[in-house]
Design a protein around this ligand. Sequence first.
Ligand SMILES: Cc1ncc(COP(=O)(O)O)c(C=O)c1O
Length: 400
Amino acid sequence: MPFLSATLDRVKPSPTIAVSNMARELKAAGKDVIGLGAGEPDFDTPDNIKQAAKAAIDAGKTKYTAVDGIPELKEAICAKLKRDNGLEYTPAQVSVGTGGKQILYNALVATMNPGDEVIIPAPYWVSYPDMVLLAGGEPVIAEASIQTGFKLTADQLEAAITPKTKWFIFNSPSNPTGAGYTRAELKELTDVLMRHPHVWVMTDDMYEHLTYGDFEFCTPAQVEPGLYDRTLTCNGVSKAYAMTGWRIGYAAGPEKLIAAMRKIQSQSTSNPCSISQWAAVEALNGPQDFIAENNKVFQRRRDMVVEMLNAAEGISCPVPEGAFYVYPSVAGCIGKTSAGGVKIDNDETFAKALLEEKGVAVVFGAAFGLSPNFRVSYATSDDALKEACTRIRDFCATLT
Ligand SMILES: Cc1ncc(COP(=O)(O)O)c(C=O)c1O
């Protein structure tokens, strides 16, 4: 009898963590490595949020809480959804978990039966397919292309739907591409979903506040109120409030689904950290103006990175609407050989040779389901980005 669960055979270890580990090893060996793999803002959690956490500790808010969130946080989430998205939810329709990741996982575990399909547009956040597999469902990958700015078209969504489809996972702005759907583009998708009443929408709005220029964020239940009863709107404080380590994510949706998610959480993690929940209340109810300030920095970096990467031979980099990632194509480099003698036959060999020969760590596109590309996170200093892009340009210039 095998000791380990057969479920483990269905999933793979996180490729983004593997890249970070390799970069760390090279750094430890004394190599000058610039990491562009980080999935978190490089600025600190705002002070008012830290103070709220300290006050919570001093006030003894250090015990178990209600399973899926303290009432104060649920109220703050309802107010946020009304303020930012025009969506009406009651606290009973809200679930708070240990990060956006746990919220998505709870929802999948609560709903997957053998054979259930989940449509995931590629390029996708690395965890979606594996979470579906862990929950016992079948990921169905619908590949978007660089020609449509990495956005799924209505026809592609329609073609992916079968009688077994349970969820459509939607993520805008996206990790790894930064692509954000306009209201019109999203409406085309929601029109398709209106024709298939058995399909539910799991929208991951984690990068809602990180958008640039005149792009306006919108979320499925807002664009198509007809989908409200079968939409789970997921979000969190990790990215916009620089709170990745605090582990607070949340979702709003039909009460029955929220209750099922609560049941799973009650038998796994009990409740998200009490102190972090009070910090999140302050994040959502407190001043929001620092977000626009941070976005000015992110936008400046995005523009610099896109310009420098497009100047590199064989690389083509679209301008994304949001998040802190770009997802350039290396189609023009495939088939060439690096100065170190590595034949670049796919994006994985490109990223490996770039790391070994130039000390720049990026995540290869195959990890996100669309090749030949790589993901750059520009959530790092201007100087590091400039140096990394210069090295990428040099690397490409010496390919033969
Ligand atoms: C698209 C997307 N969704 C969800 C998450 C998970 O966020 P959290 O840190 O709140 O678990 C991430 C984190 O990288 C993400 O990129």
